[in-house]
Design a protein around this ligand. Structure first.
Ligand code: URA
Length: 352
């Protein structure tokens, strides 16, 4: 797993499972480091076999994992779309204590972001704990559209747009967008629509830089069949059952799999949370300021607990240490729209 803790970007097309230490950490067994120690100490069995090799991959939904003899129960799946504001990084945890998308999405399941958006980029981020789906969405071979709107204060020329359409070399690869078009002129400049299957680091900004188009704002609006429209900035909601089927099918998974996931998950369909910037800049450098009505605050201590070092194996399906009030579990229950006073209020000022 990378330092950003989002999905592993394997070059392999097939989902090879997830690293055992990550599954243990995500399951609330222990911190990643402690989980590694537990593995090398022979405390973990997978399908009856003691595993001591770090980096062993497991399929959390299929494999039986035991910690000191106790079964690690799989979590119910969760599928969330967030409209990320600028100023937040797309990671589960940040060693520099910057604001992350996890400050906006507060659910019992240990979801993580599928791919990344830069701190200064806004728009659609999917979060899930379904490693197979996440892998497929990110792997270019599944050809999932990533649609962006690039705002520029300079009107691009036709040769610049054609250069993009013809493809640009980045990291020794020729990146050929699926679509590039001038979308509209706005008060803040020109909006260019670009659709890619690639998820390379800073790919859109690097493409624009390569052809000399300055970027004032970047927004992702679509991931395959999933549109961010209707989700206010800083808010999230779960995928509707129809969206779930669509995204499963878009990555070659069956409707039966989608139905099974749908029946097992928690669904919150009314957007939760909200966010506005105190001071915004083109780079999104303004300090994030929660709206008073924000409902998805995340408590720092609870978050520490979520990452924490408990060695219990009970409650792995959720985050006992977090003690959160939202419902979870099977049978299509709906989360209540929690109205915790935003803990970010207390935290604002501690970050920049
Ligand atoms: N490309 C970028 O440059 N930034 C993003 O956040 C996503 C794609």
């Amino acid at each position: 797993m990378t330092k950003h803790d989002s999905l592993d970007h394997d070059t392999e097309r097939d989902y090879r499972g997830e690293r055992l230490q990550r599954v243990l950490a995500q399951g609330g067994v222990a911190s990643r480091r402690r989980a590694e120690e537990m593995i090398t100490a022979g405390q973990i069995r997978v399908n009856g076999r003691v595993i001591t090799e770090l980096g062993t991959r497991v399929h959390p939904s299929r494999d039986e994992i035991r910690v000191d003899g106790k079964v690690l129960r799989p979590q119910p799946p969760r599928y969330i779309m967030l409209n990320k504001p600028t100023g937040f990084i797309t990671t589960v945890s940040d060693e520099r204590d910057r604001w992350t998308v996890m400050d906006l999405v507060d659910v019992r399941e240990r979801v993580y972001p599928v791919g990344r958006l830069d701190r200064a980029t806004q728009g659609l981020v999917m979060l899930t704990n379904d490693g197979d789906l996440a892998h497929r969405i990110m792997h270019p071979s599944y050809r999932i559209d990533k649609e962006y709107f690039v705002f520029s204060d300079t009107r691009p020329t036709e040769p610049q747009l054609q250069q993009l359409r013809d493809g640009v070399r980045i990291d020794n690869r020729r990146i050929i967008p699926e679509d590039v078009r001038l979308h509209r002129e706005t008060v803040e400049g020109t909006a260019i629509k670009i659709v890619l299957h690639e998820g390379l680091y800073h790919v859109v900004r690097r493409l624009m830089d390569a052809v000399g188009i300055p970027v004032t704002r970047l927004r992702r609006t679509r991931l395959g069949p999933l549109h961010v429209q209707g989700i206010p900035t800083g808010s999230w909601r779960d995928l509707t059952p129809g969206e779930l089927v669509q995204i499963f099918q878009a990555v070659g998974m069956s409707e039966v799999d989608a139905d099974r996931a749908n029946n097992a998950r928690t669904i919150q369909l009314t957007p939760v949370g909200g966010f506005s910037h105190q001071a915004s800049g083109s780079g999104g450098a303004g300090r994030p300021a929660p709206r008073p009505e924000a409902t998805s605050g995340s408590n720092r201590q609870e978050r520490e607990g979520r990452r924490g070092s408990s060695t219990e194996t009970g409650g792995q399906g959720g985050n006992r240490s977090r003690g959160r009030g939202n419902s979870t579990g099977r049978g299509n229950r709906h989360d209540s729209n929690r109205s915790s006073s935003s803990n970010r209020n207390r935290r604002s000022g501690r970050r920049g």
